[in-house]
Design a protein. Sequence first.
Length: 355
Amino acid sequence: MIPEFIDTWQMPEPGRLAKTRIPVPALAPTEALVEVKGCGVCHTDISYFYMGVPTEQKPPLSLGHEISGIVAAGPANLLGREVIVPAVMPCNNCEICRMGRPNRCLAQKMPGNSLGIYGGFSSHIPVPAADLCLVGDRKGIPLEHLSVIADAVTTPYQAAVRARLAPGDRVIVIGAAGGVGSFMTQVAKAMGATAVIGIDVNHEKLKMMEGFGADFTINPKGKNAREVKDAIKGYCKSKGIPSNFGWKIFEVTGVKAGQELALALLSFVGTLVVVGYGTDETSYMLSRLMAFDAEIIGTWGCPPQHYKAVLDLCIAGKIALAPFVETQPMSRIAQVFDDAHHGRLKKRVVLTPDF
């Protein structure tokens, strides 16, 4: 039965949440109504809520863009299907989309930002139907866990695509134990990187990543860039691999210290991909980029066309979700936001509706 109302946790203004009920809108033929089974809490949500980062749709609106669920209404071929809702859904008709860069479509729809007032911290959400990722056989993985694919896993995958990551490549992940970085580390290994160095200040989580894609780890706390480089050189010497060229570096922290370290590590014919978001500015002598014949690349989200490949990696166990995800009832959203804001979460939290 199609519900008449959507129960939702709205952000009336930054810093405030209110449980409310809104009418289910009339669906266009190209839309589907998804019953939300899980919605992940992302740093982006926290940035909107606490840090003044503006949303395209002005409040009041519901946040949340990492969504998995079941199609409750819409095209007949989708009814009852388990799906992942892409975090960014392009128009598929503009010049940027035709250039093959639909993830950065300027007319894209993003739940919890530019999809009207609708976000994933709700009982249901209306979305464009064409870009939904059908789940199929989950091999026992909870549908709720798959919600994090919609950003935490697909964003690293797109970053790897932008870096042209190929089997045999050497990779450094800065922020390797974080909510996105832990998946960036796994994605790099799943896509064939032969040496993956994980860098993070969280010692406990970083050591855990040695069982999930990281071949060598470095805690940079108390170390300068030269000391981090020396640690990398030592590892490379022990493995008989080059230390000073060809590395693909993924900066996932978004903080100034991480960005500055990434720039310091960039060397000959290397590639730096900026994955993490932050508001601090940093400086870099661009002539070094020229002398190194290196690249610095930005990346944003992931086009829906890649979701199936990422889902397959998760289902096959090449990217582990369970050790990095926990579910909590959506009624705890305010506490979870506060915990996320103050760095108290040990895993990425998926909120499950309990209206």
